[in-house]
Ligand binder design. Structure first.
Ligand code: 13P
Length: 250
């Protein structure tokens, strides 16, 4: 039985003072869950979030990184720095990074390799636009994104990977994929992992849904057979609302 993994992606939100306020409330609201809880925070909040999450069941992640260990890359943060400070997770290839910051399948692949070599657990994001869905190429598109992201990644590494299926048309729009649509796409990803790495790996890998997840739809989505939790944007910013999503099964 795969565990459920529920991650918040705060995007470019919350100053350290707001992190303190959130962490005064949130840990006690989720302390009894058996689900894995992750907060992916902005870089300036990482040290504080790690400190405040100590002795809790909350893991801390970030939302991007460079693939090199160090060098003349002004403004970037390296996987080695993240490993040293104690970060557990890193989101790679979010559609907002692909769209606004020229993230490509190739840089996504390099970042995945760098994450694995620094003991960081990547959350790889894939997903189609509304136009692609309407043109009936969703499966082809997301399978291609997965294949390109995973070039030269081993089965042992893939078992530690989380893939979040995030249809771009459902991100921040209030439009959620139906539970059936989300499960269907996630099932395609699981099938692809099966054909690349074998059925055992396919049954182990955690596959999340992301896109307008809220406490009111979490139970329906996360109860689907292939959906192992969610990557939550807007609804992860508020402690009570996010705790209800984490505790969707209570
Ligand atoms: P929303 O939950 O705000 O739609 O964002 C989803 C997302 O992009 C998480 O990575």
């Amino acid at each position: 039985m795969r565990k459920k993994v529920i991650a918040g992606n705060w995007k470019m939100n919350k100053s350290p003072a707001e992190v303190e306020a959130f962490m005064k409330e949130f840990p006690k609201l989720v302390e009894n869950t058996k689900n894995e809880v992750i907060l992916c925070v902005p870089f300036v909040d990482v040290a504080l979030a790690l400190e405040l999450a100590k002795d809790t069941n909350i893991k801390i992640g970030v939302q991007n990184m460079h693939f090199k260990d160090s060098g003349a890359y002004t403004g970037e943060v390296s996987p080695k720095m993240l490993e040293d400070i104690g970060v557990d997770y890193v989101i790679i290839g979010h559609s907002e990074r692909r769209e606004y910051f020229n993230e490509t399948d190739d840089s996504v692949n390099q970042k995945l390799k760098a994450a694995f070599s620094h003991h960081l657990n990547p959350i790889l994001c894939v997903g189609e636009t509304l136009e692609q869905r309407e043109n009936g190429i969703t499966k082809e598109w997301i399978v291609d994104q997965v294949k390109k992201a995973l070039a030269d990644i081993t089965a042992e590494q893939v078992e530690k990977l989380i893939i979040a299926y995030e249809p771009i048309w459902a991100i921040g729009t209030g439009k959620t994929a139906t539970a059936e649509e989300a499960n269907e796409a996630i099932h395609w990803i699981r099938e692809e992992i099966g054909s690349l790495y074998g059925e055992e790996v396919a049954q182990k890998i955690i596959l999340q849904y992301g896109g307008s997840v809220k406490s009111s739809n979490a139970n329906e989505l996360f109860s689907m057979p292939d959906i192992d939790g969610g990557l939550v944007g807007g609804a992860s910013l508020e402690a009570v609302e996010f705790s209800k999503i984490v505790n969707y099964d209570k």
